[in-house]
Design a protein around this ligand. Structure first.
Ligand code: C5P
Length: 399
């Protein structure tokens, strides 16, 4: 919640400026007062009228708007906020900030302020990767400026890579975090993620194709809402998020141990793809190829970590969430799984061939709760994570 918080929002000139309109709405929904500043280039993408209509106040568009210094001078404007947010922050705006230019209203405000500043960069991938931008980024970080995003994905210019501005909800979460106002501030949550590796011998193992992308995005989204996240991960192909406690494990049994050590938590989200079986007696020496014989592998069942935690009495988290990757009868199977495992919610997705979900950037989920099944539109895994984190915060309510 952002009640009584004042945000000065500088809208730079890029196609992502349209997202700034939604950002204003989202900030105001949470109680923040938004004072918008539109750069000259920004006004090429969104109109002053739509910006001020959404903000509910006058939009400042140029240094010379402030001729009435007695009413509100640029120094005062820059300091009357709790946070300055630049979204989108173009390559040009970042360069100006890094160099200390003050030749228009936005850059002057950024130079004159003594309040914290956050930028949400948005630009073409080559511009983002250009050494000059990366140098400017390092300078800005060194100056204590918070940076949210950019995300990787398809770009308006037809290219692919990092450079897309963060989604409005992600920026809101970063703003709340910067102002210590996240709805999950100080709440402990646990996320499991990635595959497990079950050894056959010291060099061979049984694994699965989980990349850990959805679990990682979820841990980052919960962190952004202020939660203290313990992230128990198998050997995933995406790196774990920053700002969370990372516990690396390999096998299902190690995962159970790490999960038990992390309890008690208020919410536990089981996004890991845990192997159902392990080799009963893994060899401690490399198995040799023997003439005329194939090795026989005996399997043993792994502990069901989700069911085990959901079945706890005293230490049961208030909210236990499982994932279900299904290929057919998604709602029916996931509903049955919710009952069987004793968890509160199941996040079900259709991973049948052709959906492109397994290993992809997008997800198409159905959320199964005690109230029934909710079909969510297809969206990026990052957006799924942000929406789920919001729902988790709602479910946990006030402490
Ligand atoms: O039974 P199934 O593997 O389809 O259930 C998936 C859900 O159960 C996921 O949330 C997964 O993280 C969890 N799980 C677990 N321990 C296991 C198997 C699955 O926590 N051994």
């Amino acid at each position: 919640m952002l009640a009584q918080k004042r945000i000065l929002l500088i809208i730079g000139g890029g196609i992502a400026a349209y997202k700034a309109l939604d950002l204003i709405r989202r900030l105001r929904e949470r109680g923040a007062a938004v004072t918008p500043v539109l750069t000259r280039a920004g006004a090429e993408f969104v109109t002053p009228l739509s910006v001020s209509a959404l903000a509910g106040v006058k939009v400042f568009t140029d240094l010379f708007d402030l001729t009435d210094e007695a009413e509100m001078g640029h120094i005062e404007l820059s300091r009357s906020a709790d946070l300055l947010v630049v979204a989108p922050a173009t390559a040009d705006l970042m360069a100006k900030m890094a160099q200390g230019h003050a030749d228009d209203l936005a850059s002057t405000l950024l130079m004159a302020t003594d309040t914290p500043v956050m930028i949400a960069p948005a630009m073409n991938v080559r511009m983002w990767e250009h050494p000059a931008t990366q140098r400017n980024l390092a300078t800005l970080k060194g100056d204590g400026i918070a940076v949210v995003g950019p995300n990787a994905g398809d770009m308006a210019c037809g290219e692919y890579g990092p450079g897309r501005m963060s989604e409005p909800l992600e920026i809101v979460a970063a703003v709340e975090r910067a102002l210590g106002r996240g709805p999950l501030a100080g709440r402990r949550v646990l996320v499991t993620s990635g595959p497990t590796h079950e050894p056959i011998d010291p060099v061979r193992y049984i694994a699965n194709r989980s990349s850990g992308a959805q679990g990682t995005a979820l841990a980052a989204a919960l962190r952004d809402l202020g939660a203290e996240v313990t992230f128990v991960t198998g050997p995933a192909s995406v790196p774990p998020p920053e700002g969370v406690e990372v516990v690396r494990i390999e096998t299902a049994r190690e995962m159970l141990e790490a999960v038990e050590a992390a309890l008690p938590v208020e919410a536990a989200i089981f996004a890991a793809a845990v192997a159902d079986w392990r080799v009963a007696s893994a060899s401690d020496r490399k198995m040799k190829k023997t003439k005329g014989g194939l090795p026989a592998l005996d399997f043993a069942e792994n502990p069901d970590i989700l069911a085990e935690v959901a079945g706890r009495g005293e230490e049961r988290p208030k909210l236990v969430v499982g994932f279900a990757a299904e290929t057919d009868d998604v709602v029916e199977n996931a509903t049955a799984k919710r009952a069987r495992k004793g968890c509160d919610w199941i996040v079900a997705n259709d991973v049948s061939h052709g959906t492109g979900i397994m290993g992809g950037a997008e997800n198409d989920i159905t959320l199964i709760t005690g109230d029934g099944a909710e079909d969510w539109p297809r969206m990026s895994k990052r957006e799924v994570a942000a929406k789920l984190a919001e729902r988790i915060a709602e479910a946990l309510g006030g402490s």
